[in-house]
Design a protein around this ligand. Sequence first.
Ligand code: SAM
Length: 366
Amino acid sequence: MNAVALGIPQVGDASSRLAHTGGQGTAAASAPGRTDSPWLLDTYGRRARDLRVSLTDKCNLRCTYCMPAEGLNWLPGNELLTDDELMRVVGIAVHELGIEEIRFTGGEPLLRKGIVDLIGRVGQLNPRPEISLTTNGIGFARRARDFVAAGLDRVNISLDSLDPETFRQLTRRPRLADVIDALAAAAEAGLSPVKINTVLLRGVNDHEAADLLQFSVERGYQLRFIEQMPLDAGHSWTRSGMVTADEIQAALAQRFTLTPHDSARMGAPAELFTVDGGPATVGIIASVTRPFCGDCDRTRLTADGQVRTCLFSAQETDLRALLRGGGSDEQIADAWRVATWGKLPGHGINDPSFLQPDRPMSAIGG
Ligand code: SAM
């Protein structure tokens, strides 16, 4: 059953009503059946606590499974939230809506001027949220200590190949050494655990699964494989092309003994395995073949100020219009609550009627 079948208003309706009338509607008034809890609740019993904030849709890599070689039509500068607008929204999320973690992403978040200041400003919020970053690592090494001094708590660095030539083909840039340096600098700066995100592509880098794990275990990094999702700009994803979680597990089992880790998942997307008896672990994020939507605790803010309740949402809620139209903090918070109340039970990738969202991963914020 979906939100429409449940009679839940479409999120765009509610937010635009607030935006256009300047109405003082409360979340309870705007979404039938919703209690007047301040939190970001949905009709399936989930609560969003983890906010992914995209700082830009631009990237300095061109991973073949994400972006075309020529790049995309970047968002015009005046459509991006300014630092002050962004901080106002993040402040509302933390103070009014109970968000507990802020993860900066993109595009490539390190391309955003002022990212260090933004981290510092988020670190001043009370209660202070956890602050994390997902990055391709380029340019991270020389700034790692600045990020930590500003308040960065955790980092995920993306790395799909240890072979310079495969890395260059896959990302269309010869920057493997930068990423390796970024990982070392993150550890040296005291970030722990340093996590690695890896996407495997059939016939390109899938033979490297065990090597990537070996590399990570030897250096104390925590590796997480992510199943490739239908979020590429070229809409070229195919189910048969995707390397599945089962295949990844089987490939790793040829070299390592993997034992399901007994820690509760707590909304975390990765299924964790202990490697060779531990303490090292490896995660597999089976977004497609073993979806974990029932435990989802995420909400997303695009660089142009749109709230998405899911990577695969077909709808967005325009907070930028509220911000720039003189909306109050309570109106912005209410629009977000109503959007969340309309969150669907799952991403629907495995439904016959699934349609890939218009925005690619890079423009949503991975
Ligand atoms: N540029 C940063 C980075 O490389 O980590 C942050 C944004 S990137 C979109 C975040 C993560 O999403 C990366 O680990 C990337 O490999 C992953 N990603 C991109 N497209 C994907 C897709 N279609 N399926 C699964 N993961 C994807």
